[in-house]
Design a protein around this ligand. Structure first.
Ligand code: TYD
Ligand code: MG
Length: 449
């Protein structure tokens, strides 16, 4: 019998129903749904000042005060630093370097502000060992090894820091709840208690959460709509490059990207990251694109390996590129270039595992695939920009001027782009601009070697 004061939450994927089911309809996990009691709404709740509606001219805007994170790349993604009293969620796969980044940043912030670092996963000794490895200076940085929610809130109350870090939310436990730490209900209840306390006391709160791509650690994902800023720390575990990506930001531009490198002594900023995902090599199977991330363009090599398949279903794997996008591009090549790709395996990867979301990288993906298939080297020193339409046309893209500027800055001699009406492009002298209508034209020019 559904209870109107209860909701039922899947501990695996976080989906919510009004009734108990033995199996989650969303993620199909068995016995993952548990009941969560809703608070009853008071009948005559008292209206305080903040619960009275106002007109725009009565609303006062306070200037945003920010706390510099100590890293230019981090500040860029935050929109200039942590805003006082804001809630930031930092997600990423276990072991990617979240604790390392935040400990380094906390140390730098603590030279000017009071910082509390709550470690619920590691002991004080473990943090000290990491600390010595990172060779940092700090001043007002306090470490608390604790996983009980109420002890943590008591310590925040006692210390009144400017910034509190929770590492990680999955390890914190609210003893009033029956579920175990890390479950969706625990993650939600602990973070809402912490958020309410932090907002009331104007304390900036940074919540670290482990999130995996396959969704097996999805708890912190369910907090994304509640917090002010959502950041994701990503990269290839084997490569040293790490990317800090802004997913949501109530105080700055989203989709900004910060670039770091993991070394033996911690994370270092990459000062000129724009060209750090290209090797400038001219070999078969590699094509370079210029992708726009936030306000910055990056040159990224796309590598393809196309081999005769020995499987009944050809293998297609990707790193840094959406598999669906690749399936679509392969279908366009099959149909419009008349190449039978169904008997070939196709492996695609971006340099350094750079996660590409910009559709203008389609053309470089297609060129790299055909270049590998025919073992033909693309024309020298060329960047490829354009979205592939389903009918084989190369479609117009946004902000073409800034991508051309970036290719010139990075020393490309030529660039293949969609046919656009843009008079400004006629005056560009430092690069040869080749305009194409469709994929066939692009291949004829790119692989004429
Ligand atoms: P960590 O910050 O513990 O990851 P997370 O908090 O996201 O789980 O990072 C752990 C990895 O980083 C570990 O594999 C070792 C590596 N590392 C370095 O390469 N250099 C360093 O200076 C540190 C502290 C860690
Ligand atoms: Mg950690």
């Amino acid at each position: 019998m559904p209870n109107k004061f209860s909701k039922y939450i899947c501990q695996n994927c976080g989906s919510e129903t009004s009734q108990y089911f033995g199996r989650c309809m969303n993620c199909k996990e068995w016995n993952s749904i548990i009941e969560e009691k809703k608070g009853q709404i008071p009948q005559n709740s008292f209206n305080n000042e903040s619960s009275i509606s106002k007109e725009f001219h009565d609303i006062q805007i306070k200037a945003l005060k920010r706390i510099n994170s100590g890293f230019k790349e981090f500040d860029r993604v935050l929109g200039g630093g942590f805003v006082h009293g804001s809630i930031v969620l930092l997600g990423g796969e276990p072991g990617i370097g979240k604790s390392t980044l935040i400990l380094q940043s906390a140390a730098k912030i603590s030279l000017l502000e009071k910082v509390l670092y709550v470690t619920a996963e590691e002991s004080l000794e473990q943090i000290k060992i990491r600390w010595e490895r990172l060779n940092q200076k700090s001043s007002h940085l306090k470490i608390l090894a604790e996983n009980n929610l109420f002890n943590i809130i008591n310590e925040i109350q006692r210390l009144k820091p400017t910034l509190t870090i929770i590492d990680s939310i999955q390890a914190i436990n609210n003893e009033e709840m029956e579920s175990s730490s890390g479950s969706v209900s625990q993650v939600r209840s602990c973070s809402s208690e912490l958020q309410n306390f932090a907002k009331k006391n104007n304390i900036a709160l940074l919540i670290i959460g482990h999130v995996t791509k396959d969704g097996s650690l999805a708890g912190p994902k369910t907090l994304e709509h509640l917090v002010d800023v959502v950041l994701n720390f990503e990269g290839d575990h084997i490569a040293s490059r790490r990317l800090l990506r802004g997913i949501k930001n109530r105080y700055g531009a989203t989709l900004e990207l910060g670039v770091f490198e993991m070394r033996e002594n911690g994370l270092n900023e990459v000062n000129n990251p724009n060209s750090s995902f290209t090797n400038n090599e001219n070999i078969a199977g590699v094509a370079t694109t210029i992708t726009l991330e936030g306000t910055r363009s990056f040159a990224v090599d796309i590598q393809a390996l196309v081999n005769k398949s020995f499987y009944p279903n050809p293998k297609r794997t990707t790193t840094g590129i959406s598999l669906n996008r690749v399936h679509q591009i392969l279908a366009v090549i099959e149909k419009h270039i008349k190449i039978q790709l169904s008997s070939y395996d196709c492996y695609l990867a971006t340099a350094g595992g750079f996660e590409i979301n910009d559709p203008s990288s389609d053309l470089a993906i297609a060129i790299s695939i055909i270049s590998s298939l025919y073992n033909q080297i693309p024309i020298r020193n060329c960047a490829f920009i354009g979205e592939l339409g389903l009918n084989g046309q190369v479609r117009q893209i946004n902000l073409i001027d800034s991508k051309i500027d970036e290719s010139i800055r990075l020393g490309f001699e030529q660039i293949i782009i969609p046919k656009v009406k843009n008079d400004k492009l006629n005056n560009i002298k430092n690069i040869k601009i080749i305009k194409v209508n469709n994929i066939q034209e692009a291949i004829n020019i790119a692989l004429k070697n």
